[in-house]
Design a protein. Structure first.
Length: 311
DNA sequence: CGATGGGCCCAAATTGCCAA
DNA sequence: TTGGCAATTTGGGCCCATCG
């Protein structure tokens, strides 16, 4: 890996950069950058620091994970059949009304969701002073935290996952209704900015897109993490997120849900069958109290009272 | 019509075993 | 212990037959 770290511009690497050396090299790069920045005028210094700073994420308890609602109410992180993941270019992603998402990159599934959510979680928890914008973590503990087996295949999977999250272009347009009337909000960028992987130590050094924090402004949800880890199927995970983001779920047609979660199931009957199984999973995990499908093919979901918690 | 049970197949995830 | 590898299990879409 050739080093271009003497440049005084922030690095714009998007590809994988498996540094064969330990993290101290990465730190040295950062220090060098710091020195360069220090040569600039105070105003410029402040400007750069301001731009690089990842805004504070909201805080949530350890047993939960904070997730922007737009990740839960769309097919941005959907259900994808094994072996059927595809790359798309500027595709409109299915979502609830008032939310417009365009996406370029490999389609993301519930596994990618787990990874991004855990990354955001670490971002709120990390306390390294040297480089505020980067988080550092070990593969093994990371995989454990999202309920996966550590090992070679797990490591490979995780790296693929970060590749996907890095090489994306998400464009989100939200219409917000607040006391000032209607407001439009746009986000465009990738999800993860860049990452370094140390093959020997099995550690990551990673930076999320700072703007990601702003997505929380449009509403977010505390996911019950243990509940989610109990769920086996991707559809159950998606439904868990979807219904967690609604205080009072409104009845929704099976066909609508099929569209929203990004399922490519050809026959509605088969999807209905899998949604029945997934709902049973949710009841088992204690995520919802009850559910039923009415004669109009709408799904009614009853949540437990006094449970979490959309902000 | 759709529900249910069974079966098939593909690919991914996990597990068990071995050697370093 | 750990990592690598092959065997096994699992998830999920799809199809069929049968029943209400």
């Amino acid at each position: 890996m050739k080093s271009d770290q003497q440049s005084n511009k922030p690095q714009r690497k998007t590809a994988v950069t498996p540094l064969g050396e330990n993290a101290s090299v990465t730190r040295a790069i950062k220090t060098a950058q710091e020195r360069c920045i220090n040569l600039l005028s105070p105003e410029l210094q402040n400007k750069i620091r301001e731009l690089e700073q990842i805004p504070l994420l909201p805080d949530w308890p350890d047993k939960t994970r904070g997730v922007p609602n737009l990740c839960l109410r769309s097919a941005l992180f959907g259900v994808i059949r094994r072996g059927r993941r595809r790359a798309v270019k500027g595709e409109v992603i299915a979502s609830v009304q008032g939310l417009n998402i365009r996406y370029t990159g490999w389609r993301l599934d519930q596994g990618d969701f787990d990874v991004l959510v855990q990354t955001l979680h670490l971002q709120t928890r990390h306390i390294e002073k040297t480089s505020k914008n980067y988080i550092r973590f070990e593969v093994k503990s990371f995989l454990r935290a999202i309920g996966r087996q550590p090992g070679k295949s797990g490591r490979e999977w995780l790296k693929d996952c970060f590749r996907r999250l890095t090489a994306t272009a998400v464009e989100i347009n939200v219409e917000l209704r607040n006391r000032y009337g209607n407001e439009a909000y746009t986000y465009a960028g990738s999800l993860v900015d860049e990452f370094y992987y140390n093959d020997r130590e099995h550690t990551y050094f990673l930076k999320i897109n700072p703007k990601l924090a702003e997505l929380f402004d449009a509403g977010w949800t505390q996911l019950q993490w243990q509940q989610r880890l109990q769920l086996k199927t991707d559809l159950a995970k998606w439904l868990h997120g979807f219904y967690s983001s609604h205080r009072v779920p409104y009845p929704m047609k099976v066909a609508t849900l099929k569209h929203l979660c990004g399922s490519d199931c050809k026959r509605l009957v088969d999807y209905r069958r899998s949604i029945r199984n997934a709902m049973a999973e949710l009841v088992n995990a204690g995520a919802i109290q009850a559910w039923q499908i009415d004669r109009k093919d709408k799904i009614h979901v009853q949540r437990f009272a006094n449970r979490p918690i959309s902000k």
